[in-house]
Design a binder for this molecule. Structure first.
Ligand SMILES: *Cc1c(COP(=O)(O)O)cnc(C)c1O
Length: 376
């Protein structure tokens, strides 16, 4: 008898040429956090995003956010505004710097940082003589945030935006790729992201000096001297040349991966949107999401849990939407500006299996379990 295999939420999906690049690294003994694959991978990303951008490949998306905060001189006692509806890695580096996160809730159209609340938060903090040093905005689940509105506010108060594009490589906002919508952005190549290096990330900046500074800080901040000399504290955050080889192979299939993930979304949506108790996140005009994860919003916590547990029983992984940072025990004392949007999404929302390697059989298996929900 055929045993059913486990279906994951989002699993790595190799394109085929990754091992060729890894073998090159071995053949040439470039087994180090620098080398031709690192340079090649950075060039591939640059070609994809546009040649006015400068990219440094790092060990993770989290380290990229940390370096971005360093480049903006965020330090002890500073406040940084951060989208509350996100993964904890968006906010943790603020704490690494001894700074304090101030969380801002989402709006309903994109589920990302609310321009209205953002401005309220900025005014409040300025009034209290705590002008924020940076804004971390996130393209959650691949859906671009309202970049025009956010950038207008950021410019008005002269606060730089760090664009957390960890989940949105391959997404576009008004024909501009995510990762290029502000002066500083980050990507993640963790195992569950749209393309992966098994673990990795990148920072995207506007000029070569900033890139050089990012690389300097990520490689232990060595001064120019024959011995090891350091004038600032550095980090060991550079990407390995072996892993960058995986990235080069993955860049060849990024567009295909976006296509597959969008197909998953279309499948779920075309089969489930007729039920009033299930809704989807639509693309507003001018927005193009890579549909990293397909999310549904159900009618109630009970319905969400029923579907999640029914899938789990059949060895299918699904996951509640991100738990807002302002409700996380670790951030419970942080100031926050909220409107109920992210808490409601967390309560009723579920991420469905969304890997680019799902088969039609997998999708049918998932759908049939959801269709049996007594809540539909
Ligand atoms: C994955 C992710 C990160 C962190 O990336 P890592 O490479 O896992 O460190 C940051 N922000 C968001 C929104 C993410 O989903």
């Amino acid at each position: 008898m055929l045993t059913k295999t486990k279906i994951y939420l989002s699993s790595p999906h190799m394109g085929g040429t990754e091992q060729k690049f890894i073998n090159e690294a071995f053949d040439t003994n470039w087994i180090a956090p620098l080398g031709p694959n690192v340079n090649g991978f950075e060039d591939d990303i640059k070609n994809y995003l546009g040649n006015d951008k400068h990219i440094a490949a790092l060990s993770s998306g989290t380290s990229a956010i940390h370096i971005a905060l360093e480049l903006l001189n965020v330090s002890k006692g500073d406040e940084v505004l951060c989208q509350s509806f996100t993964f904890s890695a968006s906010a943790n580096p603020i704490i690494y710097q001894g700074a304090t996160p101030v969380f801002v809730d989402s709006e309903r159209d994109t589920w990302n940082i609310s321009p209205e609340l953002l401005e309220i938060a900025i005014k409040d903090r300025i009034e209290k003589h705590k002008k924020p040093k940076a804004i971390i905005a996130v393209h959650l689940y691949g859906m671009p945030y309202k970049a025009d509105e956010i950038n207008a506010i950021a410019n008005k108060y002269e606060i730089p935006v760090i664009e957390d594009s960890a989940e949105a490589f391959g997404s576009y906002y008004r024909n501009q790729p995510c990762g290029t919508l502000s002066n500083m952005a980050i990507l993640s190549f963790n195992g569950n992201k749209i393309i992966t290096t098994s673990g990795g990330g990148a920072i995207i900046v506007n000029n070569k000096d900033l890139k050089d500074k990012a690389v300097f800080l990520s490689t232990q901040a060595r001064d120019n001297a024959p011995h090891y000399q350091h004038s600032t504290v550095g980090y060991n955050y550079r990407m390995s040349n072996v892993l960058a080889g995986i990235g080069r192979g993955q860049m060849e299939v990024l567009d295909k991966r976006v296509e597959s993930r969008r197909k998953n979304y279309d499948f779920y949506r075309s089969n489930l949107s007729k039920y009033n108790s299930i809704s989807f996140l639509n693309e507003p005009d001018g927005y193009f999401s890579n549909r990293w994860l397909t999310c549904i919003v159900t009618d109630s916590f009970e319905m969400r849990e029923q579907i999640r547990l029914a899938l789990l029983k059949e060895d299918i992984e699904s996951r509640p939407l991100w738990k807002p940072m302002h409700t996380q025990p670790v951030f419970k004392d942080c100031i926050h500006f909220t409107n109920g949007v992210s808490e409601s999404l967390f309560d009723k929302g579920l991420c469905l299996p969304s890997g680019s390697n799902l088969t039609q059989q997998d999708l049918d298996r998932i759908l049939n379990i959801i269709l049996k929900s007594p809540y539909l």
